[in-house]
Design a protein around this ligand. Sequence first.
Ligand code: KG4
Ligand code: ZN
Length: 336
Amino acid sequence: MTTVRRFLGLETSCDETAAAVFTEEPRILSSVVASQHQVHAPFGGVVPELAARAHIRNLLPVIRRALEESNTKLEDLSAIAVHNRPGLVGALVVGVSAAKMLSSMLKIPLLGVSHLEGHVYACQLAAGKNIFPCVALIVSGGHTQLMLAHAANRLEVLGRTKDDAAGEALDKAAALMGLGFPGGPAIEREAKAGNAKKYMLPRPLLHDGLDFSFSGLKTALLYTWRDLKRDAGDVAALNARPDLAASLEAAVADVLTTKAMRALHQTGLKTLAVCGGVACNTRLRLQLQAACHKAGVELQIPPPSLCTDNAAMAAVSLEQWRNGEFAPADLDALPY
Ligand code: KG4
Ligand code: ZN
């Protein structure tokens, strides 16, 4: 009888503490995520020091649950995989330290993997088939990048944001309009009752290359919101908020869709993989679906639970495992 190898993946790069157990096939046996949204909500954004402290509190219970839910004992594990880059260093250190300790205690290999490669790999996991080569659009709170993905762990940057990430702009805009944190889901909820054509917000760099810029959009929203309050009063501004949220969502979705389609056109590739928290957004998903359908491109977007940060995506480490590319005992946490 052959035993199925089991792996533990850990994710602590930003504000989700996550652990997952997966097999070599790969099959995800458990995936547990403890969100820190309540910790950061009063500040309207992730506070690095608080994120690290919350990981320290949450990591062991999250690991325990991931093991229990998959009926796995520590001794059943064949390796520990941890996202060691990029991210908030203080937050990453918590996961990396735990992974090193487990690997040393259990005398099993340590695998250090990139969070971004993990996000792209989540598209392959969800598709259940090979999706490479493809164009990958990573849109999260920390990143907005277009990649030529030869494989999940062979990414070539085609374009990236020059300033804010798309999710960061949504988070800041939501805080400004008193919509709470995380901003993306709050904007999406507010936008449901809104008219996306009401405010013509800028679409920065829309006609120009594959790089992004979202800080100008955020500033435009700030001025529109400020002028609304000044000219029409607080109540009228609140009444206009759904239209403003919808207009903002539409501007972000237009830019992301246009650039992704341009990257597909330039590379001649016929598959688009979209990942990261912002890929949960329904307006963006529908817009990408329509554009890909028109262009004869296959679209791969994971379900929301695999778009936002999780540890199942650490299964991207399986190739390193197969190649014997184990991390050294002094594996570092890297911000980039
Ligand atoms: O991938 P992720 O969980 O963490 C990072 O690696 O940054 O992405 C988090 C980002 C946040 O900015 C959040 O506001 C955004 O994803 N987000 C959304 C939605 N859900 C999460 N943005 C737009 N619409 C959503 N439904
Ligand atoms: Zn992420």
